[in-house]
Design a protein around this ligand. Sequence first.
Ligand code: HEM
Length: 535
Amino acid sequence: MFSAVLRGLSAFHDSHPFAAFATFSVIAIGLAYAALAEFFKPAGLRRGKTGRPPKLPPGPKGLPFLGSLFDLKEGRTDPEFKWLRGLSTNYGEMATLHLGAKTWVFLNSKRVVSEIIAKRGSATNTRSPMPVSSGIVSHGHRRSLLMTQEKWAEPRRVMHSLLSGSALKQYGAWQEMESTQMLAEYLFKPQLWYRHHYRYANSVIVRIALGERLVKSTKELEDMQNLVTYFVNSVGTSMLDWFPDLARLPTWLQFGRGQWDALDRWNYDVYSSWWAPVRNKILNGTAPPSFARDTLLHKDTKYTGSDEDAMYVAMQLIEAGSDTTREALNIMTMAALEHPEAFAKARADVDRVCGTGENVRLPMLDDMEDLRYICAMAKEVLRWRAIFPTTPDHTASQDIDFEGYHFPTGTGFVINTIAVGAECENPEDFCPDRWMDGHETDITHGLWQFGGGRRICVGYRLAQRSLFINIARLVQCFNYEANGPYNPKILNLEATDEPFPVKVTVRSPAYKKLIVAEAERDGVLQDAKLGREKL
Ligand code: HEM
């Protein structure tokens, strides 16, 4: 039979050589396409561990092979986030997207986020492989944010002990002191308001992680901020991240590999320049208390990673902790320009608790229970303009059945924070009052901007306290007005220079006096007066 087919093909080739060539080519291309399509089939279209066929929510069809990759790229950078909003209006609470060899289900409502990310957290706590962003540009150590479950458990264990419970009390004093310095910097250099946000955020987390107050030049700080921006922008921009099997090819066949290796080297050098002096002091016994000294490099804590792992854990904490807090304070500034009525209400709340005139004092972290409008404002800042329009994927480590759907192992779940944040009345308005529900002091109650489940942001309590103390003090002491045209939807969060034009002035000479006195008492007045070259 087979030889008869061969004889027939041979005869066809002899009699019609051109037609035969065309036919064979079409067949070969078809077979190659089918083989590749099978090899790169998105995770959500495969059978999972139970062997049952998938049943997924609806979603855009996308292109062959690439799926909706182009839409995702544009959708996450559009200042209006129309595409991300559309996923909710067009497909409902869940929308399935095939992205290269991955399948991500976008969770568009609080209800499904709570069901999948929180209630089923033990089955949705890993991440899909990202060879570039969590491997190549991280010197093979992987970014904690993107680590898969097996790799992540150890760094998460040590980070957790650092950022919860009693440790927060100790950090509170540092947060208040750095915040006082920030107010003084606002006084002396109001035009650099955005840099003061970064110095504050960076200084707090550097002190926690490495034990010392920040002594870095503007250039070093900019390097660090740029590094984070490049890293964040590297996530999902390479085909290797969407087709992780391609990372098994020889490196010379991996398109664009050179630029990722260069980013890795830069990253490694910047990290080492921050880490090495601290490590040396720890080794020769002269280092002050810190997460690095007392946890990562301390023999009693049994941290199982290598020295280099420790560096990546400490430095990633600094990365994750400083840029986000800085960005949130920039969003607060935009809210002050756009919604002066909310700003005035917040100031009245602070004045009620901290007084005015002769008896005025700065708000402290202990005022949180009494300053609930400020707590609500911190939540609204994060809802109103999302720092992360989508969270990283929470990938299923087992098959999941939910409301008639069957999600196979390997399906990723992503919180669409734009759609979820718009589940309220007049979502475009900046309205802290919407959070005055008795849960103001619990920043994750009803708010998914820190992610959720077992991968919830390690630093959310620290971040909450930073936002609280700084929002309370800034609304109390300073006035904001626009200093030129701007677009309220474009925050330029990545900019190292002024992201939008703002004129900041101190509320009155009495507040100037208060800030100077407090900065002097905390011993940070001189630091605040220094030029930005060394702080
Ligand atoms: C406004 C401030 C912040 C926001 C909006 C934010 C947001 C997030 C989000 C969305 C995630 C992913 C969560 C998930 O996958 O469900 C995350 C993870 C993380 N965040 Fe934050 N974050 C902030 C501040 C901080 C701070 C201050 C620190 C450190 C001190 C920090 C450290 C981390 C780390 C280490 C992870 C990785 C957690 C893991 O994968 O297990 N973040 N953050």
